[in-house]
Design a protein around this ligand. Structure first.
Ligand SMILES: Cc1cc2nc3c(=O)[nH]c(=O)nc-3n(C[C@H](O)[C@H](O)[C@H](O)COP(=O)(O)OP(=O)(O)OC[C@H]3O[C@@H](n4cnc5c(N)ncnc54)[C@H](O)[C@@H]3O)c2cc1C
Length: 507
């Protein structure tokens, strides 16, 4: 081991980037090595594809498809390869640009499975493809064993890191009327129902318009301020090296040359997504009882509605001027354990159209130990890591939640006097919000993998981050929570590093 750093971070998505930023701000003299299995993509590290010129965007989408890198995945639909996992996967939107399907192992015969489970591999992770919806969880979605004020502070920092705006539309009349109509329908569901609001969106707004933010915004000018910061792309972490319950480094592989080498570090953070974080722990011999268990994603219903004239708007207004906004019907414990989003096309960053709205409704999955991702001792995936198989079933309660998703989406469209054109229950994994597979817990009782700072039980120096640490059943988009939990975990980790304390720069 000729190379030695203070901390190795595995994964360069929003969560890995948050660890790097918070540690770098607190300890600017530190050596921070971020390793990313996927390649660099055009632009500054972690730049959202939406911000790229069209040719860079196309190149970034092809580069980040892991084993399908460079292959136009629309072919998957034509060959029926995706549909063989689940007939619903025929639908165009389910093999998404920039992602690759888990494929074999995503669904076991006779189970609901996660046929649509996908990943992305490139600098910035899924955070260069995501949509930026950043609602805070409510009620039972929140993590009960983290003091509420600490959690709220972490969310405030996460909002600043991701540039989350609460009402990008300002005084836009169409969005105001749409929110009011939906509030009139849903706010009365119970006296304490979470009110209908505009979706908080991670976006940078300037004279060039509104653009989704992501890892490049989180990292900011870290590379200039922290000389010991390095982001090493095309570098797979094969194993965390652990001796006697203490981390002492990582084993890395250059994807370009196949060279395998080790880097010494007493702190390793694994933020490699909710499938590959438990995979790397498994490969490293860290196999607590809960590893891979309680995996869940949001039950998802998507649709489209034609809006009446009262909610139609001219979509030809150019983007810098056009207001942006999505109405949010939030999760409300015991009242409405789903989250609904209504995206009027005329106010969308993503699509255009004068008179229709997209619907994205998510339900909280009932958590079960039996829902799990398991890893093979002998079979390998395309990266040479332990192959995965997902076991995932629906419960009676989930079926009731699916009914609630359908009735809520129908109510939302009726409240707008719209005409529902389509409403489809998506196959497992479609939400791209896999969670819980290295969940945190208040105690090492076999039901969790780490504590509330992401510290893996009984392995000194090993921290995990990502949607995988979320322990609760949620319907809210998870990234803002994972970034908030990473802020809190990174602050704790920075305290442990040897350098003299320095005031953290405000973010
Ligand atoms: C189209 C789309 C829309 C989305 N919209 C939203 C939304 O509106 N709101 C929301 O909250 N979420 C959304 N998401 C989900 C969001 O992108 C993820 O929650 C988020 O990116 C997770 O961040 P992460 O850093 O934990 O993981 P990722 O962003 O997945 O990054 C993990 C990185 O780790 C790397 N890695 C894995 N294994 C290894 C290894 N062994 N060695 C080295 N590197 C490794 C991977 O290559 C990857 O780049 C969306 C996702 C997509 C694709």
């Amino acid at each position: 081991m000729s190379e030695s750093v203070d901390v190795v971070i595995v994964g360069s998505g929003p969560v890995g980037s948050t660890f790097a930023r918070v540690i770098g701000d607190a300890r600017p003299g530190c050596r921070i090595l971020v390793v990313e299995a996927g390649p660099r993509v055009p632009g500054v590290p972690g730049l959202h594809t939406q911000t790229m010129p069209p040719e860079d965007l196309a190149s970034a989408q092809l580069l980040t498809q892991g084993p399908q890198s460079g292959i136009d995945q629309s072919g998957l639909r034509e060959t029926g390869e995706a549909a063989s996992l689940d007939p619903v996967l025929d639908q165009d939107q389910l093999v998404r640009p920039g992602l690759f399907l888990l494929g074999k192992g995503a669904k076991v015969e006779g189970e609901f499975g996660m046929a649509a489970a996908s990943m992305s591999s490139g600098v910035g992770g899924m955070g260069i493809h995501w949509s930026g919806s950043s609602p805070r969880p409510n009620g039972t979605e929140r993590i009960p064993f983290i003091p509420a004020d600490e959690l709220d502070q972490a969310y405030d920092t996460a909002d600043r890191l991701l540039s989350v705006g609460r009402d990008l539309a300002g005084g836009d009349d169409l969005l105001r009327r749409m929110r009011s109509a939906l509030a009139a329908e849903f706010d009365g569901d119970a006296p304490d129902a979470s009110p209908v609001i505009m979706t908080p969106l991670a976006a940078v707004v300037d004279e060039d318009g509104t653009r989704v933010s992501g890892p490049s915004v989180i990292l900011g000018d870290l590379a200039e301020r922290v000389p010991g910061f390095e982001l090493r792309a095309g570098t797979l972490a094969r194993r965390v090296l652990i001796e006697g319950g203490t981390v002492h480094g990582v084993e890395l592989e250059s994807r370009a040359t196949g060279e395998i080498y080790q880097v010494r570090s007493s702190e390793v953070v694994v933020a490699a997504d909710a499938l590959r974080t438990p995979q790397l722990l498994f490969a490293s011999g860290v196999r607590p009882r809960a590893l891979g268990h309680y995996i869940n994603d949001h039950l998802k219903m998507t649709g489209m509605a034609v809006l009446p004239d009262a909610f139609a708007a001219d979509d030809r207004v150019p983007a810098p001027v056009r207001p942006i906004g999505v109405v949010l019907i939030p999760f409300s414990s015991r009242v409405r354990e789903i989250q609904g989003q209504v995206h009027p096309a005329a106010r969308s960053i993503w699509f255009s159209g004068a008179d229709f709205a997209g619907l994205a409704f998510y339900g909280a999955k009932e958590l079960q130990f039996s829902d799990c991702v398991v890893f093979s001792e002998s079979e390998r995936d395309s990266f040479g890591m332990p192959a995965m198989t997902i076991h995932y079933t629906l419960t009676d309660r989930d079926r009731a939640t699916i009914d609630l998703l359908e009735s809520s989406a129908t109510r939302a469209v009726a409240a707008l006097d719209g005409e529902l054109k389509s409403l489809v229950f998506a196959p497992g994994g479609s939400s791209l919000h896999y969670q819980g597979s290295t969940r945190m817990g208040a105690a090492d009782d076999g039901e969790s993998v780490c504590d509330s700072y992401g510290r893996v039980w009984n392995v000194h120096g090993l921290t995990v981050g990502g949607n995988n640490v979320i322990p609760t059943a949620t319907a809210a988009n998870p990234t803002i929570t994972s970034v908030a939990l990473a802020v809190r975990a990174a602050q704790k980790l920075a305290e442990r590093l040897g350098e003299p304390e320095r005031e953290a720069e405000p973010v």
